[in-house]
Design a protein. Structure first.
Lengths: 118, 118
DNA sequence: CGATTAGTTATAGTTGATCTATAACAATCG
DNA sequence: CGATTGTTATAGATCAACTATAACTAATCG
């Protein structure tokens, strides 16, 4: 598991953290049933506030990717496995968009809106 | 062209506006060569500030989807046509993600990161 | 040319999100 | 029980988002 944070990025820290964990799930580096390191551990390791890490975890919970309970921590759900099963499709779409010279943000926004309403 | 704004949404107004126009391009409702309504017109019609609309237009410019020049307005580029050519792939990925019960935000974030680095 | 259109730049103020800092609380587990 | 871990509460600092005006410059049209 590789937790990256870029202070120079315009994206919020908790979004970066959640994105980092999401990518780990999609890549199969983090699997269903696994427990994420405790928020306090991560906060200490990355030198950010506890709440920042918890907000990232809650973002993943809202997406159905982890279950959270006090005393037990954040446990990866089966939805992470389903993300993993889409990795080839996502890579294919990304490659196609890249040859067309499309921006990451434009494509991501379209995909979001497609899944939300389309 | 359908410009939607939802005040209750957590997304910034300029992102919503840009997303709305992007969706129009991907759907073929707005085509290369076409001129977008002037920022002042849109601002008046949606009752938002001129700068908010301009920021949305600049977002589209940064993504290569429009060219902007003073006196002439924002003109849709050929990149919009390439977005259109991806619509089927995007819809297919969205449908697959939907059957798996994945959230729009999770999938969109993965696609963004994929195109950025992967 | 003169008037209009439309994006660009500048300044400033308000509101809300982000991040941090502490601390106490409640469920889980050995 | 004691340690761990998420949850909740409060508060403060910093920055993004949005608004409001106004002046400026390039393009367009009669």
């Amino acid at each position: 598991m590789l937790l990256r944070i870029d202070a120079g990025s315009d994206a919020p820290l908790y979004d970066q953290l959640a994105g980092s964990l999401r990518a780990d799930m999609a890549a199969g580096r983090v699997r269903p049933g696994e427990r994420l390191p405790s928020a306090r551990e991560v906060a200490a390791a990355l030198d950010v506030n506890l709440h920042t890490v918890l907000r990232a975890y809650q973002e993943l919970r809202d997406e159905g990717l982890v279950d959270m309970r006090r005393g037990r921590g954040a446990i990866v759900t089966s939805a992470a496995g389903e993300l993993f099963s889409l990795r080839a499709d996502i890579a294919a779409l990304g490659a196609k968009a890249r040859t067309l010279g499309l921006s990451a943000d434009a494509l991501a926004s379209l995909v979001r809106d497609e899944l939300r309403q389309g």
